[in-house]
Design a protein around this ligand. Sequence first.
Ligand SMILES: [Zn+2]
Length: 241
Amino acid sequence: MAVIRPELGTEGLAEDAHRIRLAGRIETLLYPPLCPNCGHRATETLPITKVFQFNHGDDGPWQYRIAHAAPLFCTDCIRRHQAEWQPLTRAERVKSVVVSELALPGFLTAAFALFLLGDSLREFIEEPGREWPMIAFAALLGFVSWLCFRAAASSNAHRRVAAVSSIQRAFDFGDDDSTVFATIQRTYAIRDEGSAEAFERLNAARSAALTSPEAKARENRRTWTFGLILGGLVLLYWWFE
Ligand SMILES: [Zn+2]
């Protein structure tokens, strides 16, 4: 069974790899045509998804951040990955939605909707025409139930991420908790040195632009503006209260 291992920041990153640090959203990075595993010519994209666990305060609940990378690998390494990788089973995917606190109201409303449908069927047999309000209410409950299951599915998206294969591990990366107020560089751990260097070269200019003194000044201005607006709102609240 695939095990999901949430990782904190750069904790647990591949050891036998070349580490580089780059700023910028991982989804927008450019990938060189060099396999991160063996360094050969790479032509096929191998998507890599990782889950990171984070927490804003000591008392706050744990939250999850999912990051997607799409580096190019060579066909041999892709084949080895496919032989090794274990995607989640359908049962595991269903379990991630159904076994959840948010699914409970979903089940309850669905059960009530079914009960009402049964009742309206009886109503229809006895006196046709009087069942419509009940059917409409059952449909509304069915919709609420669907919303509950949808919320359960999206809050448990991290449980539907399969563990990476040893080949995917050749392109490993840490967490990035950048916000609009602060850009943080993400750490990448790439097995092949040539591939790591090419990856760094491809994205260096963009990353540097995001961490330059001008970019820092822009972030500081944003932080100050936000602080002033927040302060102004607090003052207004006190004034009118
Ligand atoms: Zn390869």
